[in-house]
Design a protein around this ligand. Sequence first.
Ligand code: KIV
Ligand code: ZN
Length: 392
Amino acid sequence: MSSTNIKIFDTTLRDGEQVPGCKLNTQQKLVIAKQLDVLGVDVIEAGFPVSSPGDFESVSKISKLVKNATVCGLTRAVKNDIEVAAEALQYAKTPRIHTGIGTSDFHINFKFNTSRKDIIQRAFKAVQYAKSFVEDVEFYAEDAGRTDNEYLAKVCEAAIKAGATVLNIPDTTGYCLPSEYGAKIKYLKENVKGIDKAILSCHCHNDLGLATANAIEGVIYGARQIECTINGIGERAGNTALEEVVMVLKQHPYLNMDTNINTSKLYATSQLVSENMGIYTQPNKAIVGANAFAHSSGIHQDGMIKNRNTYEIINPKDVGVTKSAIVLTARSGRAALAYRAKNVGYNLTKLQLDVIYNSFLRIADTKKVVLDNDLHQIIESSKLYNEIKAVS
Ligand code: KIV
Ligand code: ZN
């Protein structure tokens, strides 16, 4: 049975760039957009054209540059926003306008001070107007995560009637539990009239650390697009991390879903975004963190040296990391020491290993990590040094 293709909508350059202090200039955005295209994302949300002349310029230049992906621009449900986005996207091979409005009672009562009925009318008009410029119009129901499902279904119906090709269901505040978010997508699949004319998209924020889980639950219950960012960057606690959802789908073949992402480019893309944004990626970050394939405790290292599958569920090469690391610390055992000694050129016998292991532990207790240089020093200062054979 052929697998279901899940579209990857990258919003690093729009939602991701909303991280305070991480603003990119146009040149940096072009470099990242080019890499996203090479990575194989289906849609690049290039910016919010009406928000500033700089963003307009970036969206316009990205539209000219990108060869494969759809280029998308964000708007509010406001005529001028839509006109400006259409102008910025005019050179894109496949342009998409992403328009929408808040649908939760919090947004309706406090942000717009209006009625549910008025929101439906504004949603309809915005999509209809966007449709007069481009064929591909995505509608977002902001704060859909806290919008009651019955009303949300009516908003979605109006957007479809106006011609929306994609319905984005954002958990804007990162509030939903995976079961709730999955149930929401299921409800919409089953209750929105005309739902077959559009695809549902998951856009999840990470305020409770559930953004990846929610997006996965969304596709399990029928969504066909995931909106995400490289390294999970974005407003507050960030968005669904692209590298995480892509690898979840790849590593769980029984879900029978795939993406068009060339996963061997994930690590390089992560580094590029991190360097350009000046935002450091936490070492324990799944898939792309510095420690994602590093093993430091003796028990794990022993298993890893015998067979990688004992402690790794992903081959690091699959995500563009050259190899797993056996890190020497005071928690490391003899197997790791022998392995790393061999890597730097020494074949230790059992007796030599016992002696050198004791010197190693003394040094390791004073340092966070024992490096190759330290290892050379430990071995060269050993009384057994002259008997140690070099790796042939
Ligand atoms: O989180 C959100 O609701 C958004 C929309 C503007 C799509 O980013
Ligand atoms: Zn968002």
